[in-house]
Design a protein around this ligand. Structure first.
Ligand code: NAD
Length: 247
């Protein structure tokens, strides 16, 4: 395994442009269940009823019943060593950007600057009537919470089922994927489109994909590490620093 980490560290150091694409798996070690895990939210709650845009318009209290606690405890969730290593790689000039499907804000909390949030963020909460913005965890009481200016319903700035992805974020992500030579693909089952097409874009443009996941989810992966991201990322960083220090 050590050889594999060393090889990956060399690939990162020699790459012209390295990016990361992350999913729910990278935040599992921060205590946030993944989408498809047994403890996952959508095993308990039908997303069509609790987290689709149509359902939200009909009855926003259902969504706030399942999401409210996370938003009110937003500051309790901390980045883990995988988020922190990506932020350090960016600071060292090795990593250009992080594209994420996650809405938990943990990449920014870890210190990453170039973060493309494809599914939005729970950090920003907007009044659907007057657009007043709130920042988690500071939202008024109530299920759903109502705007203290106009009484409108508040909605986090995330993409609900049935809503399109933010066009700017998607086009930035596509540009990053078609211009990089290495992608770190971390903790995603790559089944949710259009995000699932992004690692393919890397391959179509001659880049390589390094996948860190508990199972090999992307069929065209060049290097697979079947370890928890919070364990593997610091190991890659340790090898990378050894190489740098020997040069
Ligand atoms: P997913 O649940 O479909 O897949 C998670 C993947 O992570 C799996 O392949 C699993 O094997 C892997 N994994 C689990 N623990 C890991 C670990 N410690 N290290 C490395 N890999 C690990 O998640 P997805 O592909 O991101 O798609 C789900 C959708 O749900 C996304 O749209 C995302 O926005 C949303 N979601 C977000 C969060 C969050 O913000 N933290 C949490 C759950 C779901």
């Amino acid at each position: 395994m050590e050889e594999k980490y060393k090889r990956i560290a060399k690939l990162l150091l020699n790459s012209k442009k390295c990016i990361a694409l992350t999913g729910a798996g990278i935040s599992a070690e921060s205590g946030i269940p993944t989408f498809r895990s047994k403890e996952g939210m959508w095993e308990k709650y039908d997303p069509a009823v609790y987290a689709s845009i149509d359902a939200f318009h009909k009855d926003p209290s259902k969504y706030w019943t399942i999401r409210g606690d996370f938003i009110r405890n937003y500051d309790d969730y901390k980045p883990n060593p995988a988020h922190l290593t990506l932020a350090e790689l960016e600071k060292m000039g090795v990593l250009t950007s992080v594209i994420t499907q996650n809405i938990d804000g943990l990449h920014s909390k870890a210190g990453s600057k170039q973060v493309i949030e494809l599914h939005g963020t729970l950090r920003r909460i907007l009044c659907m009537q007057c657009s007043k913005e709130y920042t988690a965890p500071n939202v008024p009481d109530g299920t759903p919470p109502l705007c203290d200016e106009c009484g409108g319903v508040l909605k986090p700035n995330t993409v609900l089922f049935g809503e399109p992805l933010p066009a700017k974020a998607l086009s930035e992500a596509q540009r990053e994927c078609s211009t990089c030579d290495i992608m770190l693909l971390i903790g995603t089952s790559t089944v949710v489109y259009p995000v699932a097409a992004l690692p393919k874009l890397v391959k179509e443009n001659g880049g390589q994909v390094i996948e860190l996941n508990l199972e090999n989810a992307f069929p065209f992966t060049d290097y697979f590490i079947g370890e928890k991201a919070g364990t593997a990322m610091p190991q890659i960083m340790a090898e990378l620093k050894k190489i740098k220090n020997n040069n």
